[in-house]
Design a protein around this ligand. Sequence first.
Ligand SMILES: N[C@@H](CCC(=O)N[C@@H](CS)C(=O)NCC(=O)O)C(=O)O
Length: 304
Amino acid sequence: MADYDPAQSQPPGYMPPEVWTWDAPSGGQFANINRPVSGATHEAALPVGKHPIQLYSLGTPNGVKVTICLEELLALGHAGAEYDAWLINIMGGDQFSSGFVSVNPNSKIPAMVDNGCSPPIRLFESGSMLFYLAEKFGAFLPQSGQGRAEVMNWLMWQMGSAPYVGGGLGHFYAYAPFKMEYPINRFAMEVKRQLHVLDSHLANNLYMAGDTYSIADMAIWPWYGGLMREIYGVQKFLSVGEYVHLDRWVDLVGSRPAVQRGRMVNRRFGAPETQLHERHDARDFDVNRADMVEARGGERISFD
Ligand SMILES: N[C@@H](CCC(=O)N[C@@H](CS)C(=O)NCC(=O)O)C(=O)O
C-alpha cells in the first residue's frame, strides 16, 4: 500500500491484517444479521397460501418493487397475478430459515415462488421477478426492439446502481456506528451523480423508457423516489430540490393507485394506516391495515 499513513486511518493506526477474520461484530444497525457465510441457520418451512404466486418479503424499496408490479398487473385485469405476501422479519433472521434459503440462497428479501407452474418456479433478485412477471403476463415490457432494450437498460441500471445508495451512502450516513468523512463523501458524490443521470434523462422522457410506464419505473421509483422524499433523512444533505425533472416523475409514478397499494404491502414502519403487514386478498387493503388490526386488538380478518 504505497503512500499510506496509518496515522490517518480510522481508527488511527489501523492496518488491514494480511488475512481478514470475523472476530467481532462490525457495529451499526443490522450488525446482528451480517455474517461472512451463507446458508440456513435453522429449520423452518415457508408458509403457503391459496394463490399461485407466493411472495416472501418486507416493505423495503427492494420488496416494494415487486408488490407494485403485482398490484399494477391486477389493476390491468390479470387475475393470475393474485398473490399471498408473507412478512419476512429480516432483523429477526427469517431470511436464514431453511425454507427461505431454498428459495433464495442469497438470504435477502424479496423471494417468490410461482406455484402455478409444474414444477414450481423459484425467483430471487427483485429485477428477476419484475422481468419474470412482465414476461408471464405480457405487460409493462415491450415485446421487442428499442423499447424493450430501453426498459432492460434501465432495469439493469437500477439493480447495479442502488447498492451505492443503500449499502453505500445509506449505510455510512445513517447506519454506521460513527460518522466517517471519506466514505460519506465518496458515496454522496456517486449518489448525486446517479440522481443527475435520472434527472437529465427525465428532462426529455415522460417515463424511464420513454412514453410508456414500465417495469423500469417500478424498479427505480422505490429507491430514488424514496431518496427524493424520505429515506435516510438525507434529502437536505443531497440538495434533492435540484432535480426538478426527477421530482416531476416521482409525483407522477407515486400518484398511481397501484403504486400506493404496493408500497403498503409488507410495510413495517411509518404510520400504521400506511402498513398492510400481510396481503392474501385484495380486500385486505380495506380491513387489515395495521391501524385497523390494532383497533380490533390484533385480530386479522381472513377471507379463506
Ligand atoms: N439485489 C437484491 C437486494 C435485496 C436486499 O438487499 N434485501 C435486503 C432488504 S432491502 C435484505 O433482505 N437484507 C437482509 C440481510 O441482508 O440479511 C434484490 O434487489 O432483490
